[in-house]
Design a binder for this molecule. Structure first.
Ligand SMILES: [Zn+2]
Length: 116
């Protein structure tokens, strides 16, 4: 095996282990999206109309359960948590793609080596 292939293999193994370590350090993971809502109620004498002080904010977590959209209203305390856990899911997916990518690249190098 060439030293170039050795270097590539070592780098891929490092990348793989780094992604794995990041997955291990990841917090909770949930699906869905979080929406923050503020609105005007439409009553002409309400302060939302007269002073431009909107109602809310209200937080709504939306996700699919067996193909159906499910909404859950959240309070201001749990909203940041949900936001973080949704973000963790995106991070996890990205890290999984990295594991696949580095595994495939490793396999290509190894199979090329075995052919020669
Ligand atoms: Zn209002």
């Amino acid at each position: 095996m060439s030293s170039d292939a050795h270097t590539k293999l070592a780098k891929l193994r490092r990348d793989y282990e780094a992604a794995k370590a990041q997955i291990q350090a990841l917090g909770y993971v949930i699906p869905g999206t979080l929406q923050k809502r503020q609105y005007r109620c439409g009553k002409p004498n309400c302060r939302c109309a007269t002073q431009n002080i909107l109602h809310g904010p209200y937080y709504q977590w939306t996700r699919k359960v067996s193909g159906k959209t499910v909404n859950l209203n959240l309070n201001e305390q749990s909203a940041p948590k949900v936001k973080e856990w949704i973000k963790n899911r995106q991070r996890l997916r990205k890290l999984c793609r990295r594991l696949e990518y580095t595994s495939l690249a490793l396999l290509q190098i190894v199979t090329r080596m075995e052919k020669t």
